[in-house]
Design a protein around this ligand. Structure first.
Ligand code: NAP
Length: 263
């Protein structure tokens, strides 16, 4: 990332907060394949960013830089965004992907761990949003892709602190989107279902990060402000109920015809 003007001259720039996130890097990869440009990975662990950086270069990124970012260090968010803006020149897309997960049993009795999770998922995310607000306002454009979560009854029952932190995140980014619309900014709040990433226990029915990325690109092209992604099971049962509705309509039509013939 040699020149501050580089992004403007070399395509659409992407800043990924949570630079090694599996979902975040899959979305970045898809964005780069759609429209090449420079990428900045903001991460706690620059050494772990080597592999995603190489993958994004191979996908067509014109340049990939890595800077330090820790969502738990709430007071540092403004400095990180300023550093990113200086390196990229202008920031076209920001993906807010930092997130931590622990269920109620894992957090039980550990107030420090509980507050750390809320700090990363909610306070750190708000600090990032507040740092992005004046930047997007000054640019007159810029899109934020905010990785929220679906509020499953299961999560409410078994992972209440995570669910609460993500509910706050979701509300904040929807509100930020409404504010930024007036100055040319856009926010897409994304609610993935279970996704196979290091954050959660793997499950064969879960989405892959790449499947999430496909849906995100479609939502971006549609100009959507919210994207709730159905699980595979919900997609299957949705398809089944469409087929059931079509069959029922056909049966009604057939029996209607028969009925008419009776008169
Ligand atoms: N996987 C799912 O089933 C699922 C479902 C719904 C929503 N989401 C949301 O999607 C987002 C991305 O998650 P992912 O599934 O891609 O998982 P992931 O690969 O584990 O990425 C999570 C990222 O969050 C950052 N992070 C984690 N713990 C942190 C901490 N204590 N302090 C600061 N940063 C921390 C890390 O970034 P660095 O290590 O690069 O700093 C990490 O790469 C999260 O916000 C998550 O809540 C995930």
């Amino acid at each position: 990332m040699s020149s501050p003007d580089r992004a403007g001259s070399a395509g659409r720039s992407v800043l990924l907060l949570g630079g090694t996130s599996a979902i975040g890097t899959a979305i970045t990869d898809a964005l780069i394949r759609e429209q090449p440009g420079p990428v900045l990975l903001a991460t706690r662990a620059p050494d772990r960013a080597t592999e995603p950086a190489a993958r994004l270069r191979a996908a067509g990124a014109t340049d990939v830089g890595v800077i330090r970012y820790d969502a738990a260090q709430v007071g540092e968010a403004a400095g990180v965004v300023a550093e990113a803006a200086a390196l990229l020149g202008r920031i076209d897309i920001v993906i807010v992907a930092s997130g931590s997960y622990a269920d109620t049993a894992a957090l039980a009795g550990d107030l420090d761990a509980t507050l750390e999770l809320v700090t990363v998922n909610l306070l750190g995310a708000i600090a990032a949003g507040e740092a992005l607000r004046p930047l997007i306002s000054a640019q007159g454009s810029g899109r934020i892709l905010a990785l929220s979560s679906r509020l499953h009854p299961w999560a409410l029952e078994h992972a209440g602190v995570y669910a609460a932190s993500k509910a706050g995140f979701d509300t904040y980014y929807r509100a930020l989107g409404a504010d930024l619309r007036a100055v040319g900014g856009e926010v897409l709040v994304i609610r993935p279902p279970g996704v196979n990433t290091p954050l959660v226990e793997q499950h064969p029915s879960y989405h892959s990060p790449e499947e999430v990325a496909v849906e995100v690109l479609t939502a971006l092209a549609d100009g959507s402000t919210e994207l709730t992604i159905d699980s595979h099971e919900e997609q299957r049962s949705g398809r089944r109920s469409v087929v059931r509705r079509l069959l029922a309509r056909r049966r009604r039509r057939t029996s209607g015809g028969h009925h008419r013939n009776l008169h």
